[in-house]
Ligand binder design. Structure first.
Ligand code: ATP
Ligand code: FE2
Length: 325
């Protein structure tokens, strides 16, 4: 089966063509704010200006008659971006005369990770800009075991970086600066059962800018926030009695986070997996691949049900394609 997928929830507009085995083609256009963070109106304008181009690029790589479905990111994400992506996907599905399928962006991050690592039933740590969750598959759904009680870890890094005068996206810049220090400053560590909170770290780190070096703040920020994520991931592995951990989402590209998770997994005899960075950050292939799984299992989205869903939760999605036994 060959499916075209369109991702456009926030910063990376991306279209991709996949079949059952591999990514056949991908074309992307990243929105990089001139100053400040992601502005929803500007992000939507970026999608509107570039969506025809990325779709055209992907279509030109194949005979459009071979495309058997059109998948699109239905949510969660920025409403103004989602609406443009949905409109393009509906038009394309009608034009090609093939089924339309609305994909949950969080589930797509997980599915591309499972695809690229050959994992069946891992605990998933999904860490990106707007989302931070620990999930586990059980009875036809990804269940959210724990999540941030306020902002996602990526937004938290980006927000702090902005107040330190660093350009968006802040996550990779904080990672580089953190490598220059080993001096730990205490930061708020908030874990409640399987849930966690990051807003206190942003406040403390911003306050520390008055008296400490940027390098030591970045180091302390990462060590504290990532330790919280390692703690809940370990608790999830233990409570669900699973032995694989999969990392998903853009913040997963961070080498220090990967190192801390792999040490924890090695200590308890579990296995740690992360796909390549191109499949951690937002990408069209994850939407196309998840759309393919859905279509293969008879799930389609009627035009009347294809509206944007900015607060779409991963546990709302039926997942009939995992066989755990
Ligand atoms: P979602 O809707 O899943 O929240 P998103 O729009 O945030 O998606 P992603 O590409 O999944 O997009 O994640 C982007 C985030 O990842 C940004 O906050 C960025 O700063 C962060 N990030 C990227 N690389 C790194 C890194 N090396 N270290 C830390 N954070 C990173
Ligand atoms: Fe994402």
């Amino acid at each position: 089966m060959t499916v075209l997928g369109i991702e456009g929830t926030a910063w990376n507009l991306s279209a991709s063509l996949v079949d059952d085995d591999e990514v056949l083609c991908e074309a992307s256009s990243a929105y990089i704010p001139a100053s400040g963070g992601i502005h929803p109106r500007e992000a939507a304008q970026h999608v509107a200006n570039n969506i025809a181009g990325v779709i055209r690029q992907v279509l030109s790589s194949t005979d459009p008659r071979l495309i058997e479905g059109v998948a699109f990111s239905q949510g969660p994400g920025l409403g103004p971006c989602l609406r443009i992506v949905g409109t393009a996907a509906r038009a394309l599905s009608l034009r090609l005369g093939v089924p339309l399928v609305g994909v949950n962006h969080c589930v797509a991050h997980i599915e591309v990770g499972r695809w690229k690592t050959d994992l069946v039933d891992p605990i998933v740590l999904y860490v990106s800009g707007a989302n931070s969750q620990v999930l586990s598959y059980r009875q036809q759904r990804y269940r959210i075991l724990g999540e941030t009680l306020d902002i996602g870890i990526g937004n938290c890094l980006d927000k702090f970086a902005r107040s330190a005068g660093l350009p968006h996206p802040g996550g990779p810049k904080v990672e580089r600066l953190a490598q220059e220090s080993r001096n730990y400053l205490p930061m708020p560590y908030v874990v409640k059962g399987m849930d966690f909170s990051f807003s206190g770290i942003v406040t403390a780190a911003t306050e520390a800018l008055k008296s400490a070096s940027l390098e030591e703040i970045c180091y302390s920020f990462q060590e504290t926030a990532f330790s919280m994520l390692v703690e809940v991931s370990e608790r999830a592995l233990s409570q669900m009695d699973k032995s694989d951990l999969l990392l998903a989402g853009g913040v997963g590209a961070n080498a220090r986070l990967q190192e801390m998770l792999s040490v924890m997994c090695a200590q308890r005899g579990a296995r740690f997996y992360a796909p390549k960075s191109e499949y951690l950050q937002d990408n069209g292939a994850m939407i196309a691949h998840t759309g393919l799984l859905m279509l293969r299992h008879g799930i389609q989205t009627a035009i009347a049900c294809s509206g944007a869903n900015p607060s779409f939760r991963p546990d709302e999605v039926e997942v009939p394609w995992i066989e755990t036994h």
